[in-house]
Design a protein around this ligand. Structure first.
Ligand code: EPU
Length: 422
């Protein structure tokens, strides 16, 4: 089993290239189901979640060629099988993103319920409610969502709360619906805007993405597309937090600065210098690291996907800070592992109180989810001695060769093989 071994104590210096955004690429890959032609997606990161989505599209009857950074989804030649089995969906919750496109394109879909995961219960009631409003009949039986519809019809849908994949599923369904759909209380994440750009390339009319109200005028048929995925704001933010913790001076190539504004504001308060240099971003931390309070919120608030990495940085900051998680009910699984490395963190309900310590000490720790894995690596970069992060299959879902990228900036980090159980 793979693990990541980090020897801490070296500042990061050099250049790190930020790859394409996982959470933008996944819905766009699912959008290929809306058309019969051949689509090409460029700037795709080499990740396990991309492989899982490609396998799912293959199961659904498409020929998918993954040659990272490109993924080609061929024109539909085989008969479609609009069914996403548990085996694939359980590997990746985002598989639920095929529900909207399948229903819109084939009038039926059978998709396994994703179930909860390490970070929370994560229901999909808003996805289902929205699809019903577009005219689908939905039954949940034996762990599957079974949806049927004639041609979907545009409708007005109000989300009870902003959901990223819920908004994306509805955008894709509405793109082939008859007439105009208005989605209210939408998620405003940049990945929603990116999907809207693709749907517009395909021939739908999507207006207002990036705001809370989105209008979609559906098309009778949609065209295939050629699209390069935006850079990954969370990967970029993770490297910024790594520089924050370890210190140093790094140029992040292709970092999407605007999408990261809520993170950058906090990192600057913490003592980081972050400035644009052309299409790149320079990140420097030479002075002391200060504690900053953060509450996660839907975009444009501070992203929950950066909470764990910021916490690792705060473990070695001067002073005490309060980190509150409002999106997922169980996203502090990294805390006991950080404490094993000497961090001083107390959790009360959805709030973590972090008292900065002078130093962390390397230890063997276990990753519990994707962003928790990144936070443990960041802690390892600043800890004394060696840290071994186990269960890196979580990491490989969403970070492309992070150890190679960090080693390129001077970190002592490598992938190792461990014997025994994970
Ligand atoms: N929610 C409901 N009902 C729904 C849908 C969501 O109650 O029908 C709740 C969730 O339980 C949660 C909140 O709404 O409390 C927001 O969840 P959301 O639906 O926005 O999350 P998601 O779409 O499942 C995406 C990202 C996550 C990221 C969240 C929040 C993708 C593929 N995943 O998940 O990314 O944390 O938005 O920004 O886009 C990650 O990359 O590590 C990751 C977990």
């Amino acid at each position: 089993m793979d693990a990541i071994a980090v020897r801490g104590g070296r500042p990061l210096r050099g250049t790190i290239r930020v790859g394409g955004a996982k959470n933008a690429a996944l819905p766009i890959l699912c959008a290929t189901l809306l058309s019969d032609g051949e689509s090409l997606l460029r700037n795709v990161p080499g990740l396990r979640d991309i492989d899982t989505t490609s396998a799912l599209l293959g199961f659904l009857g498409r020929d998918v060629t993954v040659a990272v950074p490109e993924v080609r989804v061929a024109a539909a030649t085989r008969e479609a099988r609009p069914e996403a089995p548990y085996e694939l969906v359980r590997q990746m919750r985002a598989s639920v993103l095929v529900l909207g496109p399948l229903l819109a394109r084939y009038g039926r879909a059978k998709v396994s319920l994703p179930g909860g995961c390490a970070i929370g219960a994560r229901p999909i009631d808003q996805h289902l409610k929205g699809l019903e409003a577009l005219g689908a009949t939905i039954e949940v039986s034996h762990g599957y969502v079974i949806a049927k519809a004639g041609r979907l019809r545009g409708a007005e849908i109000v989300f009870d709360l902003p959901t990223v994949t819920g908004t994306e599923n509805l955008l894709m369904a509405a793109a082939l619906a008859k007439g105009r759909t208005t989605l209210i209380n939408c998620a405003r994440e940049p990945e929603v805007e990116e999907l809207a750009r693709v749907l517009n390339k395909m021939g739908a009319r999507v207006e207002g993405a990036g705001t809370t109200t989105i209008h979609v005028t559906g098309a009778d048929e949609l065209e295939p597309f050629d699209h390069a995925v935006v850079s990954d704001r969370i990967e970029a933010g993770t490297f910024m937090a790594a520089v924050g913790a370890a210190g140093g001076d790094v140029l992040l190539e292709n970092a999407p600065l605007e999408d990261l504004e809520p993170v950058i504001v906090k990192l600057r308060h913490a003592g980081l210098f972050i400035e644009r240099e052309g299409s790149h971003v320079r990140v420097v931390r030479e002075g002391p690291l200060r504690a900053v309070d953060v509450t996660t919120a839907p975009h444009p608030g501070f992203p929950t996907d950066m909470q764990a990495q910021l916490m690792a940085m705060m473990c070695v900051a001067e002073g005490r800070c309060v980190l509150t998680e409002t999106i997922f009910e169980n996203r502090f699984m990294h805390v006991p592992e950080l404490c094993r490395m000497g961090a001083d963190i107390e959790i009360r309900n959805n709030t973590a109180f972090v008292q900065g310590v002078k130093s962390l000490s390397g230890a063997s720790v276990m990753a519990t989810d994707l962003r928790a894995s990144a936070s443990l690596i960041i802690a390892g970069l600043v800890a004394e001695g060696e840290t071994t992060v186990r269960r890196v299959y979580h990491l490989d879902r969403g970070y492309e060769r992070i150890e190679v990228k960090l080693a390129g900036a001077g970190a002592q980090i490598e992938r190792v093989r461990l014997e025994g159980p994970p």
